[in-house]
Design a protein around this ligand. Structure first.
Ligand SMILES: [Fe+2]
Ligand SMILES: [Fe+2]
Length: 343
């Protein structure tokens, strides 16, 4: 049964919603007061008809115009806007633990805290899109001149970052995506030694990257390098085979019609294409959080001009689309919700 919003009920409901950061947080109180038939859609729609805002929910002007023309009671079922926010998330880029920029990392986490503040634990998500570790020690390359962390130290720094994100951003869902520098290098290293050292083979599951990092205990789900997950209709992986400055546009027009999110290029950006509905898509990259001085495998001048510290903030709508924005981090500072965040 659908609730009938009398003037008195509507005013009281508006009062309750006003006290909450987002409208859906008011739902338990509204149901206690008016019964279980209260739905978020009916509340948002009722507020829209009265030209009142529903925090965190899109004000559907079409609904308002329709309601003004229609003097009959509203239809039994109100279709919620597809643009209704169902989740909010922060994308973190390549950390390369061991050569991370501590100030940029701290700023990124503070920015994430600020962005997610209006949302509850269930609605929040975070994603680290790979190259959490640098893993130079696992390669056959000579140790880099400027590199200062051992593999043990990298693991500790990487775990520290993941723990900080879960503790401070308080998201129920945290996705760790394997990168070519961490997950792939680890698997290659282990398989090379498995062949020759039987005592290593006996360790079994303990050799998995997720075990090495203790991801379950830290509250992160894990996806191996070159595998994908979906966040809404957006496909997420460390890379899609494209590198360099044009990777974002190539991913946008390269077949992932609903959208793609990836790391690897260290070049932050968000691009959109498509008019609406099925054709609307996004391509995003949250950049990186490392120190340029520690890099010696890429031209320093090019890296300085093209790579950038950043995060990507995003809203997931009821249609599965990500509405994403790049937040650049400049010398340990960024701006979120109009506030300067400093580290
Ligand atoms: Fe990387
Ligand atoms: Fe990478």
């Amino acid at each position: 049964m659908r609730i009938k919003w009398t003037e008195e009920k509507a005013n009281r409901a508006a009062e309750i919603v006003e006290q909450c950061a987002i409208a859906r947080d008011a739902l338990p109180s509204l149901r206690r007061e008016f019964g279980d038939e209260v739905t978020l859609d009916s509340v948002v729609s009722m507020l829209n008809r009265r030209k009142l805002s529903a925090p965190g929910e899109r004000v559907n002007t079409h609904d308002v115009e329709e309601a003004e023309r229609d003097t009959l009671p509203a239809p039994a079922e109100v279709v919620a806007s597809k643009r209704q926010v169902v989740a909010a998330g922060v994308f973190f880029g390549d950390l390369h633990a061991g050569i991370q920029d501590d100030r940029a990392v701290e700023c990124a986490i503070r920015a994430g805290e600020e962005f997610l503040r209006p949302f509850n634990e269930e609605q929040r998500f975070t994603a680290q899109v790979g190259d959490l570790l640098d893993s130079e020690d696992l390669t056959s390359h000579p140790r880099r001149r400027n590199k200062w962390a051992t593999m043990d130290e990298e693991i500790e720094i990487g775990r520290g970052f993941l723990g900080d994100v879960t503790r401070r951003l308080g998201a129920k869902t945290n996705y760790l995506i394997g990168g070519n520098h961490d997950s792939a290098r680890w698997e290659k290293y282990v398989s090379a030694h498995l062949r020759t050292i039987s005592s290593i083979r006996r360790l079994g599951d303990a050799l998995l990257f997720e075990s090495l990092m203790g991801l379950e205990e830290l509250g992160w789900s894990y996806t191996r390098y070159n595998k994908c997950i979906n966040i809404g209709r957006c496909v997420v992986s460390h890379d899609f085979g494209s590198g360099g400055a044009t990777a974002i546009s190539r991913c946008l027009y390269g077949g992932y019609r609903a959208g793609s999110a990836f790391g690897h290029t260290h070049r932050p950006g968000v691009m959109y294409a498509g008019m609406c509905g099925e054709t609307f898509r996004v391509s995003l990259n949250p950049g990186w959080l490392g120190r340029l001085e520690a890099i010696d495998y890429f031209n320093e001048r090019s890296a300085r001009e093209q790579w950038a510290h950043a995060i990507v903030t995003s809203y997931l709508d009821a249609d599965g689309m990500l509405h994403a924005q790049v937040v650049p981090i400049v010398e340990g500072e960024c701006i979120v919700n109009g506030r300067v965040i400093s580290a």
